[in-house]
Write a protein that binds this ligand. Sequence first.
Ligand SMILES: Nc1ncnc2c1ncn2[C@@H]1O[C@H](COP(=O)(O)OP(=O)(O)O)[C@@H](O)[C@H]1O
Ligand SMILES: [Mg+2]
Length: 225
Amino acid sequence: MLIEFKNVSVERDRRVVLTDLNLTLSEQRIGIIGPNGSGKSSLVRLCNGLLLPKTGQVWVDGLDTANDVAAVRRKVGFVFQNPDNQIVFPVVHEDIEFGLKRRESDPKRRTLRAQVALELLGVGHLTERSVHTLSGGERQLVALAAVLATEPEILVFDEPTTQLDLRLRNRFERHLAGLPQPALVVSHDLVLMQQMNRVLVIDQGRLAFDGAPTEALDWYQAHCA
Ligand SMILES: Nc1ncnc2c1ncn2[C@@H]1O[C@H](COP(=O)(O)OP(=O)(O)O)[C@@H](O)[C@H]1O
Ligand SMILES: [Mg+2]
């Protein structure tokens, strides 16, 4: 993965929410921490063209997100903070299978891939469930399974563990460790951050610290706690 931010600033509702970001992201696991409202979700949304910069450019493996949104979206799998923004079909397996339509023309193989993705996260039993009957944690895992099933080249997780209990959170941590793709992970889970190769601290729309997990967490606790 190579994601580059060149002089990027972002506005939302005519308010600047990210200022002058210059970043080259090439590590396998990159964590992003920072206070609520600091701009973490905005930063990761730039990586798959969900949000476009007001100034500057974001390049994903040589694709300018402003010019190649469709190609960028195919490359970057994005797991939303709120699974309700992502799950659109009423039954779990239908939702996951729908996301596979472009990649897998055979419906039987779509069903199989959906089932495997659920099983890998330990929630294979949910496949026939109505999404309205799922708990928050189950919904989060289904949203995760839906993205992982598509086997994107790059993964972005926006606060993936917020609704998971300790057991499911631990399972997610192990699962993440075994995924072959590079990943950007926004999280307040400081233990999860220790697994990263590099951690960015975002504060008030700026890159406030960039370094190894231990130093980044020390900086965060000293300045933002
Ligand atoms: N859809 C939106 N419209 C307007 N402002 C938004 C929107 N989403 C986020 N913001 C604002 O942008 C800033 C950064 O938000 P966000 O990137 O979501 O931060 P974080 O993920 O760190 O909590 C906040 O001030 C937030 O209120
Ligand atoms: Mg956020």
